[in-house]
Design a protein around this ligand. Structure first.
Ligand SMILES: [Fe+2]
Length: 440
């Protein structure tokens, strides 16, 4: 691992207004104004708006960037192949089945070179980036670093969940090392590049509607779940490097590339509240029932992208971390249910509590809108006979869920065998027994 990346310094606090200067250029931020006639060090000033200029103050997000050359300096965009990355949902038939995928493949070093961007493959999604409503879920599997190229998503924010291999992510606003059990969010329009040290795999949630928020805590109070101070924001870092550089731009679900002669990571200083961040999932403060009953998984929400319908997310990011389980006379695993929301689950490490076998790290499940699901037969039998003492659950394990109010369409790729689809998934429930004792 690169020692200089391990030693990176971050700013702390979700949604704060920050200012940051690369230490090589002290006082690079203009004093008392955003756009002086000449900026310190003769940098260009550029604003990156993450919300409408007129968005209410409490939700308004923008960052002022001071850079060597403005982002506009590039040749025209030209379309390139989007590979397996897509926002088109009309190319395959609807499929309401419970879905389970074996671990998605990671290309080996002997395979054809695939960087983070080449390795993106969309599993499912809904909605439309043109009307700015919807979400998509993709997997990445890569064996090489992005070389003199950056990615910029004009369609929405990306929440990246590394499952295998650390990501060294250079963004316009600085660098982040993101390891498995950490996540990062890179907002709409922020250019970034991903370097790796070994073949790597993970999950990506894209949302078109809004940025991610911390969930409201209601009666929980002012603290708990993901605490704002635990979010880490990169500090300004630049390179002044002339080279053949490509920016790949995702726009209306298609990829375009534009060439330039200078690295786009040339931001010497910035200030604002529109910046990427990372979060260590092991810092999540778990809140749960200490009396009876299995509570709804919304108690595990790390981040939420709200829809216009109150309390209803375009997508929630939910985790199932190691914790104590103490509920009395309670069926402790997740209850059997049908949900008007769609539930995509991934496993970062270990075994998932409701399905000890079959659901593997690097794989996934999808339980679509109103498709029944719940613990497998073995887990159910065990939960009905277990002695209910306080016990640690999900030890050494970390599962997560992208839960959405959208009804997801599966892509053709995700329904092919090469994606490792588990056609026997339904069988995990087929030995569920009748326990009914009949009328007395
Ligand atoms: Fe569920």
């Amino acid at each position: 691992m690169h020692a200089d990346w391990e030693d990176l310094k971050y700013l702390n606090g979700f949604g704060n207004h920050f200012e940051s200067e690369d230490p090589r250029c002290p006082n690079a931020l203009p004093k008392n104004q955003n756009t002086p006639q000449n900026c310190p060090y003769d940098l260009y000033a550029e604003q990156l708006s993450g919300t409408a200029f007129t968005a209410p103050r409490e939700t308004n997000q923008r960052t002022w960037i001071y850079r060597i050359l403005p982002a506009v300096l590039h040749e025209p965009f030209s379309p390139i192949k989007s590979g397996l990355l897509t926002n088109r949902w009309d190319l395959s038939e609807p499929n309401p089945n419970q879905m389970r995928w074996k671990p998605f493949s990671i290309p080996s070093t002997k395979d054809e070179k695939k960087d983070f961007l080449d390795g993106l493959a969309t599993v499912c999604g809904a909605g439309d980036p043109c009307s700015r409503h919807g979400a998509s879920i993709s997997i990445y599997g890569c064996n090489s670093s992005m070389d003199n190229r950056a990615f910029c998503n004009a369609d929405g924010d990306l929440l990246i969940v590394p499952q295998h291999g650390s990501l060294r992510i250079t963004t316009e606003l600085g660098r982040m090392l993101v390891k498995p059990q950490e996540i990062c969010v890179i907002q709409q329009g922020i250019r970034f590049s991903v370097a790796i040290d070994e073949p790597s795999r993970g999950y990506v949630l894209e949302v078109f509607d809004d940025h991610f928020h911390l969930p409201n805590l209601g009666p929980i109070g002012a603290n708990g779940l993901a605490n704002p101070r635990d979010f880490e924001i990169p500090t300004a870092w630049y390179e002044d490097r002339d080279c053949d550089f490509t920016v790949v731009h995702k726009y209306q679900g298609s990829l375009f590339e534009s060439k330039r002669k200078h690295s786009c990571f040339d931001v010497v200083a910035w200030h604002g509240n529109y910046a990427p961040y990372k979060y260590d999932l092991r810092k999540f403060v778990v809140v749960n029932s200490v009396s009876i009953d299995h509570l709804d998984p919304s108690i595990f929400t790390v981040l939420t992208c709200p829809s216009l319908k109150p309390g209803t997310a375009v997508a929630d990011f939910v985790i199932f971390p190691p914790r104590w389980s103490v509920q009395e006379h309670t069926f402790r695993p997740p209850y059997y249910h049908r949900n008007c929301m769609s539930e995509f689950m991934g496993l970062i490490t270990g075994k998932y509590e409701a399905k000890a076998e079959g659901f593997q790290a690097g794989g996934a499940t999808l339980h679509s809108c109103m498709t029944p699901h719940g613990p497998d037969a073995d887990c159910c039998e065990k939960a009905m006979t277990d002695e209910l003492k306080p016990m640690r659950i999900a030890e050494n394990s970390l599962a997560f869920m992208f839960e959405s109010s959208l009804s997801f369409a599966l892509t053709k790729w995700s329904m092919t065998t090469s994606a490792g689809i588990d056609h026997d998934y339904f069988k995990c429930w087929s030995s569920l027994k009748k326990h009914f004792t009949g009328p007395k």
